[in-house]
Design a protein. Structure first.
Lengths: 254, 49
């Protein structure tokens, strides 16, 4: 403190210093308040608004899927003509002989963004009533909750059918995927009927592990979602094998 | 806040209209920013890169 100043000057200096502190405290307060509102807004938008939008869309999507079930073309194809099941050479890897007359029910591939299937998993709240699956895994597709990878087979067909879904936002259809254990049942309804799968394995991989989408012998359903919850750092991948449904007998016997 | 409102152009009804439009634009922009952050950091939908 400058002893040379008179009391009035000292009071003025003290008042100025107090004013500066007040302004700083007020600015920090406002910044904290605005930051808090923005963070709360983010949480509210991500957890509630996106889920409300997805669940609202689900009603319309399920209706579209039901109409699609009626309209889609279904054909019977000899098992020997299904790619990946037969080999002309008939070597050790041949699962189906060229003259095999068993036939597989095959539906036409859906157009991009078309709702074409309904997935259910008893015991999983979000999937108990069923969640409509659309063709494609672009951002817009997944905003409806679950999307089918276009280069993989349709559920109920031979190979590895892959469906991706949100874990925490947009209705979180795969939010409780970790609760499914080996032996648990998953159903996928398509135009052909209900395809029943049994969970075989759940693994955690990095987001670049594209090998999980590669073709597999038999008929498999692979569900992928983010892991852990509230992070897209890794992926949870669930493998389930077809056990019953319109094509199960033919595929399992091949 | 009241100082920002007072700084808006025009008479009070115009100020109110400008403030409402600005608030709506801010909410829409925030929605897209939140969506982008959420999709990239929180939950990408489980696909592979």
């Amino acid at each position: 403190m400058d002893e040379s100043l008179n009391p009035a000057a000292r009071r003025e200096r003290s008042r100025a210093a107090t004013g500066r502190v007040t302004r700083i405290v007020r600015a920090v307060g406002w910044i904290s308040l605005i930051a808090g509102v923005l963070v709360l807004g983010f949480v509210f938008q991500q957890l509630f608004v996106t889920s409300w939008l997805a669940e609202r869309n689900q009603t319309a999507l399920e209706e579209d899927a039901r109409v699609y079930f009626e309209d889609v073309e279904v054909v019977e194809i000899p098992l020997s003509e299904i790619e990946g099941l037969s080999t002309d050479e008939g070597g050790d890897d041949a699962a189906v002989a060229p003259d095999d007359m068993r036939r597989l029910l095959v539906e036409a591939r859906p157009d991009a963004h078309q709702p074409f299937a309904i997935i259910r998993a008893p015991g999983i709240e979000a999937l108990e009533e069923g969640w409509t699956v659309v063709e494609g895994v672009e951002r817009a597709d997944l905003k409806n909750g679950a999307g089918h990878m276009p280069h993989t087979p349709i559920p109920g067909q031979p190979g590895n059918s892959v469906i991706s879904g949100h874990r925490t936002t947009y209705g979180a259809p795969f939010g409780d995927l970790d609760r499914l254990e080996p032996g648990d049942r998953i159903e996928v309804e398509t135009a052909l009927g209900i395809h029943g799968y049994e969970v075989r394995e759940t693994i955690i991989v990095d987001p670049f592990a594209l090998w999980v989408t590669e073709p597999r012998r038999g008929a498999w359903l692979t569900l992928t979602t983010c892991h852990p919850k509230f992070s897209s750092r890794e992926r949870m991948v669930l493998f389930a094998e077809l056990v019953d449904g319109p094509n199960a007998e033919v595929i399992l016997a091949s | 806040m009241s100082r920002w409102f007072a700084a808006l152009p025009g008479p009070t009804p115009v100020k109110v209209l400008v403030a409402v439009v600005a608030a709506v634009v801010a909410v829409v922009v925030l929605f897209f920013v939140y969506d982008w952050i959420g999709t990239n950091l929180l939950d990408s939908g489980g696909t592979f890169e």
